[in-house]
Structures are given as C-alpha cells and as structure tokens.
Design a binder for this molecule. Structure first.
Ligand SMILES: O=C(O)[C@@H](O)C(=O)CO
Ligand SMILES: [Mg+2]
Length: 258
C-alpha cells in the first residue's frame, strides 16, 4: 500500500506554515515533507511533529539565496564552503526532526560553457555530503527537475541522476524521482521507474501539466501506485502539488489510502 507524505510547502497553504501540520494530520496524513525548515527552530518544528503524531520524511539542504532566484548550490563553483556549512545545518535539523533523508539542490547553469566545471564541483560536493550524512545514517537525494518549472536547472533527466549515482558509488546517495518532472521531460514512467528502481530513494507526485492534484491531468496515478506496490516500492510518496482550491476539497484521490 502506498504511503503518502503531505508536502507542506504547497498543501494547506491557506494558513501559516506551522498550522499546516495539524491540517495534514486531520486530513489523514501520517507523514510530511517540505522544502526548507530554516525559518523555524528545530525545536518548534519537532514540537509540531510530536503534537500531531507526524513523521518528517524529507526536507532540502540550504539552497543559497532562494528568494533571489537561486535553486541550490551543490553544482556551483566557488560556493563549496557554503555548501559544506549547509550540510552541517541540515544534519542538525535532521537529528532534531528524526528525518532520514535530505535533498541537495544542484543550482542553475548561468553559462553553458561552465557545465563541465559544474559537474566536477557537483560530484565533489555530493561525495562529501553523502559521506558526512552516512556518519549519521542519513540518505542524500538529488532530483532531476524539468526545464519548464526551473529553466537552467543543472540536472533534468532521470538518467542523468542515476549516472551520477553510478559514478560516485556512495550507497546512501539516491535519486528523488518526481513523476511530475519525469513526465514532462521523458514520459514512459513505468519503464523509467523499473529501469532505475534500485537507485530511487523517494518519489513525488503531481498532476501534469498544471501541478495540481494527482487526479487531474495526463498521468494515470492509480495505475502507477499499483505498479509501485507490485514492484515492492516501500518508500514514501510526497504529494508535491498545488491544490486547485482548499486542500481538503481536492483530497478525493487520497480517500482509498487514508
Ligand atoms: O520538485 C521540486 O520542485 C522539489 O522537489 C524541490 O525540492 C525543488 O524545488
Ligand atoms: Mg519534487
């Protein structure tokens, strides 16, 4: 049976962030994920999780200046020291929240000619982060992101993510397979998942193309959920979508799994 985590960066967004935990629990979720915890203290967030009997299953390492448009720094030359500080910060929050996996965003390609150098930096930073996280029994994730949602993002295809895993060979480095991005970039989701299953450490979902509820759009999610069950995927599925209206009004798709 699929296990779903509410993404609190997108869902229940009619209320302030800390109030979204209670709403997710009341809607039947047992777990949450979100982009960044850093606007709050670890204690504040841990208290919300405990109060509502929720598990935290994912958050992202510090992404650089997100408000100014940065989308991660793991592949950015010259930002290595900041990246390493971010790894320590992420580990501190992961401990406080008992969160087992952290996503490192790569960043944007500013000049095409920089790609080879960015790849070197990315590999070096990911190796460093994976080994630091391994000391704490944590998993590091990378996520291929479609070129429409984040133009210029450094990795876009599932195959690119898995090639990096193969090159580094760090057992706790996995790919966060977001079916929304994968459908936009390549489609053929069932075959794609089967090909790369061993390296998939987390899944996310949304309707395509509008990133609304998973029962909207061109992807047949019930079929994919059955496929994941058949293939023994026992990880979490993050609901990373923008509700069309009130989040609860769009949760009909979730009723069979509450
Ligand atoms: O798909 C996404 O956008 C997220 O999973 C993320 O971490 C980066 O924005
Ligand atoms: Mg995602």
């Amino acid at each position: 049976m699929p296990r779903f985590a509410a993404n609190l960066s997108m869902m229940f967004n009619d209320v302030p962030f800390l109030e979204r935990f209670g709403r997710a629990a009341a809607a039947g979720f047992k777990a949450v994920e979100y982009l960044f915890p850093y606007d709050f203290t670890p204690a504040e967030l841990a208290e919300r999780l405990a109060e509502h009997d929720l598990r935290q299953v994912l958050f992202n390492l510090p992404p650089g200046d997100f408000a100014a448009g940065e989308r991660g720094i793991a592949a950015l030359p010259g930002r290595e020291a900041e990246f390493r500080e971010g790894v320590d910060r992420g580990i501190e929050y992961a401990h406080a929240l008992s969160c087992p996996r952290l996503h490192a965003m790569a960043g944007l390609v500013s000049v095409e000619g920089l790609r080879p150098r960015m790849r070197e930096v990315y590999l070096e930073n990911l190796r460093y982060a994976a080994r630091r996280l391994a000391e704490h029994q944590l998993t590091l994730l990378i996520e291929p992101i479609n070129t429409r949602s984040i133009p210029g993002y450094f990795i876009n295809l599932q195959s690119e993510g898995h090639a990096i895993l193969a090159e580094l060979g760090e057992p706790n480095l996995k790919v966060q397979m977001d079916f929304f991005h994968a459908q936009i970039m390549e489609g053929d989701l069932t075959a794609c998942f089967k090909r790369f299953q061993a390296g998939v450490g987390h899944i996310q979902i949304a309707g395509v193309p509008d990133r609304y509820e998973p029962d909207t759009g061109e992807v047949n999610y019930p079929q994919l959920f059955a496929m994941l069950d058949d293939l023994g995927y026992d990880g979490w599925i993050g609901c990373e979508y923008n509700p069309r209206g009130l989040t609860e009004d769009g949760l009909g798709w979730f009723a069979p799994w509450r």
